[in-house]
Design a protein around this ligand. Sequence first.
Ligand SMILES: Cc1cc2nc3c(=O)[nH]c(=O)nc-3n(C[C@H](O)[C@H](O)[C@H](O)COP(=O)(O)OP(=O)(O)OC[C@H]3O[C@@H](n4cnc5c(N)ncnc54)[C@H](O)[C@@H]3O)c2cc1C
Length: 140
Amino acid sequence: MVFNWSQNLIVFTNGHQLSNKVQNDFESKKIKVYTGVIKDLHGDNGDLESIELESGENILRNGGFVVPRFYRPNKFAEQLNCQLDENGGVITDSAGRTSANGVYIAGETEKAGPSSLMLAAADGSRAAFSLNMDLTLERF
Ligand SMILES: Cc1cc2nc3c(=O)[nH]c(=O)nc-3n(C[C@H](O)[C@H](O)[C@H](O)COP(=O)(O)OP(=O)(O)OC[C@H]3O[C@@H](n4cnc5c(N)ncnc54)[C@H](O)[C@@H]3O)c2cc1C
């Protein structure tokens, strides 16, 4: 996506190795890769100016993107005995029902990853529909 906006790109892996395929993809696009550990970010008044590696190299850059780590800040799902997938997302059927009876879930708490307002709202509507249907059937 970033390549779509600018081709003046450098990738810093901060000590992580890339697979051969990814390495080749970057090379074919003439994107330079630094695999060294990042020691510090330098800048002025909040604006990035350079990236210093532990090796001592200081590479000039005036902008960048970082890969976020997604996590749920609470343990509700675990405490309620909901089954999780390998990424920490809560497993549901296609209608917001978790593996724990009577527990429904919607939005980013379910996915443990990026979502959007519209998707989260749609999830909420879907879970509410399931909840209402389950209660209705229970009382019928
Ligand atoms: C910087 C940023 C920009 C974004 N830009 C866009 C955009 O342009 N368009 C778009 O569609 N989406 C955007 N999103 C994504 C969007 O905000 C989320 O996908 C959406 O808000 C998820 O809704 P949610 O209801 O799942 O979670 P949230 O909106 O996070 O709601 C969860 C609520 O639970 C509350 N909560 C958490 N823990 C507890 C607790 N223990 N007890 C009680 N309450 C608790 C929180 O305070 C929060 O109010 C952006 C997100 C970020 C972070």
